[in-house]
Design a protein around this ligand. Structure first.
Ligand code: FES
Length: 155
C-alpha cells in the first residue's frame, strides 16, 4: 500500500524506531533522509516495497518555489526516492549546486522546485508527497503527485 493521506512519517534508519516525525527532527539543510509512511492506526511502516521509499529534506521555507511551498510544511519537502529514469534509489546530495543526484546515471533534481530535473537522463520530476501538519507532526496530505518508478524500471 503506497503512502495515504493521514499517514505519519518515520525515518527508515532511526534510533527512535517508529516515533512519528516532527519538522524539528530533520536538520535544516542536512543530507536527504530516507523515510517511510506510517499507518496511523497500527503504527506499521509502509515498507513492503522499495517503491514506497520517501526522501525528506528541510529547508528555509523562503528558499522554496511557490509550487514547492504548496506541498511543503515548515520547510520540509518529501518526494519519492525512486529515480524516474530506471528506478534506482536517489541518495546523493550535492551541496554546491544544491541538487539531489541519482547514483546510477547522475540524473539531478531540484528539491526546492518540485524535484524538477536539472541534469541527466530522467524524463520527469520525482513525484512529490504533499505534506501538512497535525498535532505538531508531519502528516501526508495527499498521495504521490505522479506515478512512482522509472520509465525503464531495471532496479
Ligand atoms: S536510474 Fe537514476 S539516472 Fe538512471
Amino acid at each position: 500500500m503506497p503512502p495515504r493521506p493521514g499517514d505519519l512519517l518515520v525515518l527508515a534508519d532511526s534510533d527512535t524506531g517508529t516515533a512519528p516525525l516532527k519538522p524539528a527532527d530533520l536538520k535544516l539543510g542536512a543530507d536527504p533522509y530516507l523515510g517511510w509512511a506510517l499507518d496511523p492506526n497500527d503504527k506499521v511502516p509502509r515498507d513492503g516495497t522499495r517503491l514506497n521509499q520517501i526522501l525528506l529534506m528541510r529547508f528555509d521555507p523562503s528558499s522554496l518555489t511557490d509550487r514547492e511551498k504548496a506541498w511543503a510544511v515548515d520547510g520540509v519537502v518529501a518526494f519519492s526516492a525512486i529515480c524516474t529514469h530506471q528506478g534506482c534509489t536517489v541518495t546523493y546530495w550535492l551541496t554546491a549546486p544544491q541538487v539531489l543526484e541519482c547514483p546510477c546515471h547522475q540524473s539531478q533534481y531540484n528539491p526546492r522546485d518540485a524535484a524538477k530535473v536539472v541534469g541527466g537522463p530522467a524524463p520527469r520530476p520525482l513525484p512529490a508527497l504533499p505534506l501538512k501538519m497535525a498535532g505538531g507532526l508531519l502528516v501526508v496530505a495527499a498521495p504521490f503527485t505522479d506515478r512512482v518508478g522509472g520509465e525503464q524500471q531495471t532496479y
